[in-house]
Design a protein around this ligand. Sequence first.
Ligand code: NAD
Length: 502
Amino acid sequence: MSDRINILQAAMKSVGLGGGPQSLVAGELCDGTGAEITLIDPYTEQVLARYKDADMALSQAACTAAKTAQIGWAKGISAAARGLVMQDIARAVLAHLEPLAQIESLIAGKPIRDCRVEVAKVAEMFTYYAGWADKLHGEVIPVPSGHLNYTLREPLGVVFQITPWNAPIFTGGWQIAPAIATGNGVVIKPSELTPVTTVALVKIAEEAGLPRGLVNVLCGLGPTSGQAAIEHDAVRKVVFVGSPETGRKVAISAAAALKPAVLELGGKSANIVFEDANLEHACLGAQAAIFSGAGQSCVAGSRLLVQKSIHAELIDMLSQGMANITLGDPLSEATEVGPISNAKQFSHVTGMIDQARDAGASVLSRNDRLDQGYFVPPTVLNGLSNTAKAAQDEIFGPVVTAIPFEDEAEAIALANATNFGLAGAVWTADVGRAHRMAEAVRAGTFWINSYKAIHVSSPFGGSLNSGFGRSSGTDALMEYTAAKSVWLDSAPIPRIAFGYVS
Ligand code: NAD
């Protein structure tokens, strides 16, 4: 067995898991019965583990388990007690930070330093929503009839969550925490390529007091395990995080079963630099926006819009900055950018670079592909227009398309000329302009002289091909609850007559 497999197995053991990926259903680790799935180490290209798709029977068992456990969680204990359990979960996650980060780093190929930050953020999500558990107030509404009318915010029941491979534990915690704080049961299906940290998170949560079966994890494929859960009677809402292509399929399946969906999809975000910006800061921001996480981030600043007067200078600064980024083994403390997470994505990213070159782009890159692993060096595509494929399609790799603009009006027009609406940023010293850009650019998240700042307390989501609905903050509390309107008639003679209620 290689050293890396030894590290993986030791880390899995220390969070209570067996040797390979297994689903967690009703508190039990279970092997699937479907097609075989192979996990490849993106750094060595060697096999890390093999397991079987959970498939339909486990998927149905997971939904049933969530339905049973949800009743006790929502009605059997107080909301304050739910919050206390969630605080215990947050502490338990921090106590297992290192093995969780190691598993994520090995399987997803993410730098270990980034994984530690993401695990800590998961703990923060549980702490944040723990505080909300007993603060979900309804309203009293002064209806004209004189009835006492008030609202209750009720859990939906069981929600089904589907997550992608680029930030598995982060995305899992992001959706599980608000769902359980509001009294729901959960079935979650992480990407089949990176399922282990989600199972580990729920296992740790169960050890910390989460009722078994309240959150169930399916290790498996979308069209089988995922589809079965979407269709299951117990599931009342589908929350999907992933690509627009799959999101469309999931939304159609949910709609066919008359279930609502939240879609958190991709982006092609504009990072806009004006000539009055602090160029040093803008350059650092541009690098972080697209090269951190090897560009595998939904909010990546994948279009760099630069005012013409400083375009050449900024591209030059960016090329120099790129040369200093440390690529390497995700487990190494020094690594800033790891490999692309899987072979399919690697061929997509390299294919998009080749396509851009054929379309006339000048490709600025370090040309230092390591001799193993799915590495793509930081790359700038120059000389393309905003209508080029590389400027319109999500690449989801460390590849930025740089496009010059003349003035504010052109910057806004270019920023909005895609089918996405997830994020954006502006770099400028002009406060008025910063606010005008924040208003004019279509985005669910917009940064001024910054990039990639997000927090569980602030809403997150997109429009068009970036999806719909919101996660994080109080918006997520609304997504995971429904309002019930209660009417009490205090009149001596009940005000009921035919035709009274229209
Ligand atoms: P993907 O769409 O290929 O897969 C996402 C999930 O959907 C996986 O768990 C997969 O197994 C599942 N799936 C696939 N087919 C399915 C089906 N028919 N029914 C049900 N589930 C199915 O996405 P990916 O390649 O894993 O992730 C990358 C994408 O995710 C990018 O587009 C990125 O922008 C997006 N993303 C968005 C956000 C956000 O918050 N907006 C965050 C992270 C990633």
